[in-house]
Design a protein. Structure first.
Length: 455
């Protein structure tokens, strides 16, 4: 890999005065008229702080490290300068955006398309888990912007005839600290070898690695650091709570909270695919409209789940950390950390799925007897002591019988589901029916959980 200059330490940190920000428009930042109109059509009346800081510098051709809280418009902060530059010097395979998850890649592509619809921008989403052939065809048409997860992009760089990124002008790493993490090391290094050294590079995230070494891998050139906050922050309008409970009552407390906050949209994070699936089954047995999203589902099911939740056809999305970063679903009211995140930074991203773009939201973190240390680390990272979420313990305990019955059925369903999947695999089909109403659910007496009157 090419030697890189010193980055983090030499990067200037810019802080813009509040009153100056007030007056700024996208036009003031140097964004061309047609893109200003596009922002207007999206209802973006004025640029956000990170957009005010990053866009003018990006338009000047600087490399950027952009650090700003969740839901603060980082996507626009890198998409607008790229589209602006594309309009000035139109070219195919102009920019590459790397993201850690497939769902995020689709979302970023939608954002580019929404901003660039009137200028006819063409995007291709290159992610794993879906048909490679159609992606090869999309790449053969030479889109302007490629939005990709690293692994599948490498596949195409190595195996798709006629596709290369040798003329690339912009590289974006969204969720950059994640992309520069060890998990993606080989892929990212391979990609960096086959794109021009002479390009612009943008790194964006709500949490950034402080390790200069990691940043050096991105081979930035004299970057500017645009940091809207100096430390890792959770959003002001986010009310954060914790709940200290014995591990064996987690399910019961979850059901209590869902009843208590009925009428809201929830994202519930679990630590494993299995627990995500189990909890989804449990909740469905109790009559909640819950749907899972995790890495053991086929990509079509994953997107199906997400779309149902986005369309409000389901009010509860249960997910692993595959959904913790970047996803922009404005109507999420409550984030529940059913299993505490093991990496404190993931906490910031998970709770950032609510209270986006100036809205308010709630986050509740379950802390069991095993999680105290992890929880203290989270409080330390965000520099806050969280209050307890108030509960009526006698009311919680009244739920135990119903919950344990539903747990039993969920376990049976999980087993049935596992066996069915195994049989399917043996028959060479891969139709993992994650939401299919499996027989036993219907056997649960009573159906819907009774909501308390007046709530
Ligand atoms: N200038 C603006 N005015 C109003 N809304 C905006 C503006 N820019 C972006 N938004 C909206 O704010 C929401 C959050 O934006 P975005 O997803 O880019 O956040 P982010 O900073 O990337 O968050 P995360 O760290 O979670 O990825 C989106 O719905 C987006 O359309
Ligand atoms: Mg983002």
């Amino acid at each position: 890999m090419a030697a890189a200059e010193e980055h983090d330490s030499s990067a200037e940190t810019l802080q813009t005065a509040a009153e100056e920000e007030e007056a700024k428009t996208f036009k003031d930042l140097g964004v061309t008229d047609v893109l200003c109109e596009a922002c207007d059509q999206l209802g973006w009346a004025k640029p956000t702080k990170i957009q005010i800081e990053a866009i003018p510098l990006a338009l000047q051709g600087r490399d950027i490290i952009g650090l700003a809280e969740t839901g603060s418009g980082k996507t626009g902060a890198f998409a607008l300068p790229i589209l602006n530059a594309l309009l000035e010097t139109p070219q195919r395979l102009f920019a590459l955006v790397l993201t850690p998850t497939r769902e995020l890649a689709f979302q970023i592509s939608e954002q580019f398309e929404a901003l660039g619809s009137s200028i006819g921008v063409q995007c291709a989403v290159i992610v794993g888990g879906i048909d490679s052939m159609s992606q090869s065809l999309a790449l053969a048409k030479k889109p302007h912007i490629v939005i990709a997860t690293p692994g599948r992009l490498i596949d195409h760089l190595e195996n798709t005839k006629g596709f290369n990124l040798r003329a690339l002008k912009y590289l974006v790493m969204d969720e950059a600290d994640r992309i520069l993490n060890m998990d993606f090391e080989t892929e990212v290094d391979k990609i960096l070898k086959v794109i021009p050294r002479d390009r612009k590079t943008f790194l964006f995230s709500a949490t950034m690695t402080k390790k200069v070494q990691k940043l050096q891998r991105a081979a930035l050139k004299n970057p500017v650091k645009c940091a809207v906050s100096s430390k890792y922050q959770t959003v002001e309008k986010l009310q954060q709570y914790y709940l200290f409970i014995p591990s064996k009552f987690k399910d019961t407390y979850l059901v209590y909270i869902l009843n208590e906050l009925a009428g809201n949209s929830f994202m519930i994070f679990c630590s494993t695919c299995n627990n995500t699936q189990r909890t989804a089954l449990l909740l469905r047995n109790l009559g909640f409209t819950a749907i899972p999203l995790h890495g053991q589902m086929s990509q079509s099911k994953r997107l199906g789940s997400l779309n149902k939740f986005k369309a409000k056809a389901r009010s509860i999305l249960l997910a692993t950390d595959v959904a913790s970063r970047g996803l922009d679903i404005p109507h999420v009211d409550v984030v529940v950390n059913f299993d505490i995140p093991t990496h404190s930074k993931d906490y910031i991203h998970r709770v950032g799925r609510t209270a986006r773009a100036g809205r308010s939201g709630k986050a509740i973190t379950f802390v069991t007897q095993y999680d105290v240390e992890l929880f203290q680390r989270i409080e330390h990272l965000i520099g806050k002591k969280l209050p307890v979420f108030p509960t009526q313990d006698d009311e919680v305990m009244m739920l135990t019988e119903r919950v344990s019955e539903a747990q039993r059925f969920a376990r049976m369903e999980l087993r049935e589901h596992g066996e069915k999947k195994k049989r399917k695999r043996e028959d060479a089909g891969d139709d993992d029916d994650t939401e299919g109403a499996i027989g036993v659910r219907n056997k649960v007496a009573g159906g819907k959980m009774k909501k308390r009157k007046g709530r």
